[in-house]
Ligand binder design. Structure first.
Ligand code: GRA
Length: 383
């Protein structure tokens, strides 16, 4: 077992840290408050290679691997959780294309995603299909050389601004999950309408609805075969869950750092509040949960880099990191008291952003279901 990071990985991590501290941090409070979409920063992250670490060089990536992806994501999320969502929106579709696309599809769509020029998203969730992916109702009817899409997707990150989308829709409703198919589509076409939504956290990450009304997609945009959509979706979620777990880790770390800094400065009853054991209890728990989550996230990424199955390990990592982020942000707020509750300081943002990790990319309950069913021998997670 080797816990050392290679020089290459350290360089990737430090580049992301430096970028986050110098370019994201100065305006984070304003961007959060004003719900700003920072296209300039999204593009810069592309220029710096943050979307290409798991993509081969021939499609514009650096092929550094999944460990690089999680290191970069953690650094970005530590400074502004909303900004790490863009990494997931570029990397998720790019990886699905890489795994299931034709050579033509890969050449056409992956390089713009890696550069951050073609802003991506993935459209799974619907008003009646959240945790239950097989309940997707959006239809894709084949008409000669096109598919006609009808339906509504909701809570789609990047929906208000994305150029392209990886869309999951039913090509055969009677086949339930086996009747789902995946499509890669240009969203700037007739038949697509967008509606922004406001959420508790991740304010600088636009989110919304996508409604398709006779939205025509060329048949060549089908990813994989008809009926493979559920399989592609589960595969894709396994990648994007990992990236999301790394984001949660960043929020947990930011919360712990804020709590420690404050506890070392603030004096009450004649001493630094770090001297009080009730605060030490919270800080010790934050440290332990964060370290445990980090090891789990790194292990899941390492398995991906070894090309070994990691669905179970990703679910464990995502669950641990999401719960850790929520715990750590809450604990930081308790330690900072009114300064934590105040919108003048970042801890209330950590708490708002942390809550998203218990919901997105498969809620904590869905991860527990996957983990417990594997442990009980009902359904293997790694298959
Ligand atoms: O028997 P079969 O041949 O029909 O195959 C079954 C199974 O073997 C079938 O699918 C297969 N399968 C898989 N194959 C490969 C299932 N899981 C996998 C896998 N991992 N790899 C049906 O399987 P099933 O277990 O009976 O399916 P189910 O009970 O209908 O659903 C399973 C489950 C609950 C895990 C699934 O629906 C799920 O993961 N739900 C959570 C949905 C989710 O994560 N949504 C995320 C939305 S996107 C998002 O949040 C964006 C956030 C952006 C950001 O912040 O980063």
């Amino acid at each position: 077992m080797d816990f050392d990071l290679s020089e290459e990985l350290i360089a990737a991590r430090d580049l992301a840290r430096d970028f986050a501290e110098k370019e994201i941090a100065p305006t984070v409070a304003k961007d959060d408050k004003e719900r700003n979409f920072r296209k300039d920063l999204v593009l810069k992250m592309g220029e710096l290679g943050f979307y290409g670490s798991v993509i081969p060089e021939r499609y514009g990536g650096s092929h550094l691997g999944f460990l690089a992806l999680v290191l970069i994501t953690e650094e970005i999320a530590r400074v502004h959780s909303a900004m790490r969502v863009f990494i997931n929106m570029q990397v998720g579709p790019a990886l699905a294309l890489l795994q299931f696309g034709t050579e033509e599809q890969k050449k056409k769509w992956i390089p713009p995603l890696v550069r951050g020029e073609g802003i991506g998203c993935f459209a799974i969730t619907e008003p009646e299909a959240g945790s239950d992916v097989a309940a997707i109702r959006t239809t894709a009817a084949k008409e000669r050389d096109t598919y006609l899409l009808n339906g509504t997707k909701i809570f789609i990150s990047n929906a208000p601004i994305a150029n392209n989308a990886l869309i999951y829709a039913c090509t055969d409703r009677s086949q339930k999950h086996r009747g789902l198919s995946a499509f890669y589509a240009d969203l700037n076409q007739p038949g697509v309408s967008r509606q922004s939504l406001e959420t508790l956290g991740a304010h600088a990450s636009p989110i919304g609805e996508l409604t398709f009304q006779n939205f025509r997609i060329p048949a060549e945009n089908l990813l994989g075969k008809e009926g493979e959509g559920f399989k592609i979706c589960m595969w894709q979620l396994n990648q994007t869950r990992l990236s999301c777990a790394a984001g949660a880790l960043g929020v947990a770390r930011a919360s712990r750092e804020a709590a420690v800094n404050y506890a070392n400065q603030r004096e009450q009853f004649g001493q630094k509040i770090g001297q009080f054991q009730m605060n030490q209890d919270l800080i010790a728990q934050m440290v332990v949960h964060e370290e445990a989550a980090r090891l789990l996230v790194y292990r899941a990424a390492w398995l991906a880099d070894q090309k070994k199955p990691n669905n179970l390990e990703v679910s464990i990592a995502k669950y641990a990191a999401a719960e850790t982020a929520a715990f750590a942000a809450d604990a930081a707020l308790r330690i900072l008291g009114a300064y934590g509750y105040s919108t003048e300081f970042p801890v209330e943002r950590y708490l708002r952003d942390a809550k998203s990790y218990q919901i997105v990319e498969g809620s904590s309950n869905i991860q527990k279901l996957i983990i417990a069913q594997d442990a009980l021998g009902y359904r293997k997670a790694n298959r």
